[in-house]
Structures are given as structure tokens and as C-alpha cells.
Design a protein around this ligand. Structure first.
Ligand SMILES: Cc1ncc(COP(=O)(O)O)c(C=O)c1O
Length: 432
């Protein structure tokens, strides 16, 4: 083989043995128990939203420590519904990080809002609160409506600090916690604050895409402690439909089909059923009162999610072990300018290494059947966002991070031998 390392020296034979099985950066772990859970639901009466949805919402809310949870079809739908529930309107300015999957920003655009990026902290790779403060202080109060911090790679954002800032400027917070179920930060009273627990953010969202901690195929969850937002989300998830006699706007007579053409068909506000002529609404009746979507999760996906959630802590513990091994292997080495490291509460969806000659390493690893990945191309430099005026140089920390970052294999079924092989290949690329 003609493989060469970074110094263009031939690599020894012992080092070019290629792992027979491709090693991806992330992958799902589906057990026999998961499969049985899905099969049972497929044999039940419910395929779309049924009892498994409510069960998944209950166990997930318990897992993250929130009062409410709303299961939806994916993380992007979750973000969209959050932006709608918080009433993002044409021209509303919302701040987020450029180092995230585009969906964190796009949800603002779906509602016609304006995305304002603030740079990352180069140590944590998370939205830099000082940069957010600078933005807020540079404009009249009321200019910005909300902040979408992202628990990028699984590292929990200090939401207590963000909440204090948000309160000063009357902003809402959507925590994008797609990477961090089970993650937490330590608050100023030395308490663990779990991602998505609703103590600081108005709403939090999760994704159940196969590379995430919990896989449903596609799937998402919104968590909150706010009952009004919760009810709004339930409605928006299913077309904006309301099924509640007390909330109907049309009269029972209209609903029953018994109005004569001259009668009023719309209830004046606070008119109860009795004063609408003593008639009740027929069982079939429902009203679409807002423009919602079909963002429902199916019952069999929820069954898979429930089954997966039972192993979430086990998976998290394994991810943390893998992180500790990477950290030990690369700490202090001159080719590595940064890494995720060992951080309390980190949920390690990703383990990031910042390296010299990233392209060379990426290709070398691919040649050895190791499929590392890059997270993320800075969102503000996507052609779509460049059209809004964003350009190179706007977010120096994010752009510098992008030049060097590489996400290493990180998933609970990565074996010790596979991880040793990955570490060995990275070291041999730089050192041999
Ligand atoms: C940070 C972040 N936000 C949002 C999403 C969107 O989630 P989904 O793919 O489930 O729509 C993802 C998925 O990759 C993500 O990583």
C-alpha cells in the first residue's frame, strides 16, 4: 500500500492494517428488546399517535426532570413548533450559535424571523454569553426576542447565566439539547441542572435521529415547565386542532348542522354551551383554530424510544469512558490544539479533537475504515445565510474552530479494540 503519513514518510506495514469493519463517528444500538417493543406496538391497534406516545412523554419528562414533554416527528419539527409557540414573527431577531446543525437557526426563518449569530467560546465550543451580551447592549431593548443556545457535542450550556441575561432583556430561551439528553451543568448553588429540565429555558428540544443517544429512526421531543406553552404545542403538533367543548369558537348549533342561515354561527367570547341554546357539541366535532402541522411521532417509534431510554444511562456512562480514554491519549500532544476533554455533565454525543492538517487526517482515517466527521460547517457561512450578509471574518472563533475540528468515533458499542485502533491511527498519522 502507498499510504503516507503527514510527514510524507511511508507507514510501516503493521500500522496500515485496515479494520475490517467500518468505524463510523456515531451509530445506533438496537437490541432484541427494542425490536420486540416495536413488534408489539405494530400488532396493537395504534400505528400513529396512541398510548405509547403518552408513555414516552411521561418517561422522557421524568428522565430530564421537566413537568411536560411533547413528542414530535423530529428535532427540526420540535424547533419549528417552539418558535411558533413563542410567537416568532416576521422580522423578530433571535440569537444563536454558528456551530450547530442548521435547524437551530432555520426554525427562526420558518416563522419569518431574523437569525443573528454570536460567536462561540473557543474553550467550550458553546455560544459565548459575553458575545451575546455585547449584541444585546448594542441595540435598544426589545430589538431581540430570544436566544437559542445549543448544548453542542453534549456539553451543557450554563443556562442559569443565560436566564439571568435573558431576564435583563425580556427574552425567551429555547435550549437545543439534541446532543445532550442526560447532560447537566452545575449551577451557582452546586446543584446539577439537567439539560431540558425547564428550570431556566422556556422550552428545550431533543432529536432521536439514529446517531443521537436515543434512536427512534426519526423523532423529537420538546420539554417545558410552562403549562400554557405545553398546551399550545399539543395543538400545533396536530394542525392547530382543538378538541374541547369549552374552547370552541363556532356555536353548537353550527357544529350540529342545525343552524338556519340567519343565526349566528360564531360564539361571542366566554359564552358557555348552555347559553348557546342548551345544545352540546357532537362527538365528531373539532376545530382548527391555528395554522399547525402534522408533526406527530408514530406509536411504534415511541415504543422504540421508550425501550432505548431504559439504556440511556448505561450508554452515557460508556460515552464518558470513551471520552476519558481519548482525553488521556491526546492530552498535551503538540498536534492537537484542543479537544472536548473530560467535563462534568458532558453527554458526549461527539468527541471533538482540534488538529493540524485536518484534511490529511480525515482522509487518512477514511483510508483506514475510520469515518470521522466534521461538526459543523459554520452556519452563518452556509450559502443561504450568506445571502443575509453574513461573511467570513464575522465569527472568528467559529471559523477557526471549523478549520481544525474533527469528531472521532463515539457511541456506546464502540469496542475497546476499535477505540485503540482509532487512537493508534491518529497517533501514527502525526508521529510516524
Ligand atoms: C443541534 C441539532 N439541532 C437540531 C437537529 C435537528 O434534529 P432532527 O435531525 O431530528 O430534525 C439536530 C440534528 O442533527 C442537531 O444536531
Amino acid at each position: 500500500m502507498s499510504l503516507e503519513n503527514k510527514n510524507n514518510k511511508p507507514v510501516r506495514d503493521s500500522q496500515i492494517a485496515v479494520n475490517p469493519v467500518p468505524i463510523p463517528y456515531g451509530r445506533q444500538n438496537i437490541t432484541e428488546e427494542d425490536i420486540q417493543a416495536v413488534i408489539e406496538t405494530l400488532k396493537s391497534d395504534y400505528l400513529t399517535q396512541g398510548p405509547k406516545i403518552a408513555e414516552f412523554e411521561t418517561v422522557f419528562a421524568k428522565y430530564v426532570g421537566s413537568k411536560y414533554a411533547v413528542a414530535v416527528s423530529n428535532g427540526t419539527a420540535a424547533l419549528h413548533l417552539c418558535a411558533m409557540a413563542l410567537n416568532v414573527q416576521e422580522g423578530d431577531k433571535v440569537i444563536t450559535t454558528p456551530i450547530t446543525f442548521a435547524a437551530s437557526a432555520n426554525c427562526v426563518r420558518y416563522c419569518g424571523g431574523e437569525v443573528v449569530f454570536a460567536d462561540i467560546d473557543p474553550e467550550t465550543y458553546l455560544l459565548d454569553i459575553d458575545k451575546v451580551r455585547e449584541l444585546l447592549e448594542a441595540s435598544p431593548k426589545g430589538t431581540f426576542k430570544g436566544i437559542i443556545p445549543v448544548d453542542f457535542a453534549g456539553r451543557a450550556v450554563d443556562l442559569e447565566a443565560f436566564r439571568n441575561l435573558a431576564n435583563e432583556f425580556d427574552l425567551w430561551i429555547i435550549e437545543d439539547s439534541c446532543h445532550a439528553p442526560g447532560g447537566y451543568f452545575i449551577d451557582s448553588n452546586a446543584n446539577k441542572q439537567h439539560c431540558g429540565n425547564g428550570n431556566f429555558a422556556d422550552l428545550a428540544i431533543f432529536s432521536f435521529h439514529p446517531v443521537k443517544h436515543i434512536a427512534c429512526g426519526e423523532g423529537g421531543m420538546i420539554t417545558t415547565n410552562d403549562e400554557n406553552l405545553y398546551k399550545k404545542l399539543l395543538q400545533l403538533r396536530t394542525h392547530g386542532i382543538v378538541k374541547d367543548d369549552k374552547k370552541y369558537k363556532n356555536t353548537p348549533a353550527f357544529a350540529n348542522g342545525s343552524t338556519v342561515s340567519s343565526s349566528a354561527t360564531v360564539r361571542s367570547s366566554a359564552v358557555d354551551v348552555m347559553s348557546s341554546g342548551g345544545e352540546t357539541y357532537p362527538n365528531w366535532y373539532m376545530e382548527m383554530q391555528d395554522l399547525g402541522y402534522n408533526y406527530r411521532l408514530t406509536d411504534f417509534q415511541a415504543a422504540l424510544g421508550i425501550s432505548q431510554l431504559k439504556r440511556a444511562d448505561e450508554g452515557l456512562a460508556k460515552r464518558r469512558e470513551i471520552a476519558a480514554i481519548y482525553q488521556k491519549a491526546f492530552k498535551g500532544k503538540k498536534f492537537f490544539t484542543g479537544q472536548s476533554g473530560v467535563v462534568e455533565g458532558h453527554a458526549y454525543h461527539l468527541y471533538v479533537l482540534e488538529v493540524e492538517n485536518r484534511l490529511g487526517l480525515y482522509n487518512y482515517l477514511r483510508e483506514h475504515n475510520i469515518f470521522a466527521q466534521i461538526h459543523y460547517i459554520p452556519c452563518h457561512l452556509m450559502p443561504y445565510y450568506r445571502e443575509f450578509g453574513w461573511k467570513e471574518g464575522d465569527m472568528p472563533n467559529a471559523e477557526n474552530y471549523y478549520k481544525h475540528c474533527i469528531s472521532l468515533p463515539m457511541y456506546p458499542t464502540l469496542t475497546d479494540e476499535e477505540q485503540e485502533y482509532v487512537v493508534g491511527k491518529i497517533n501514527s498519522f502525526y508521529e510516524d
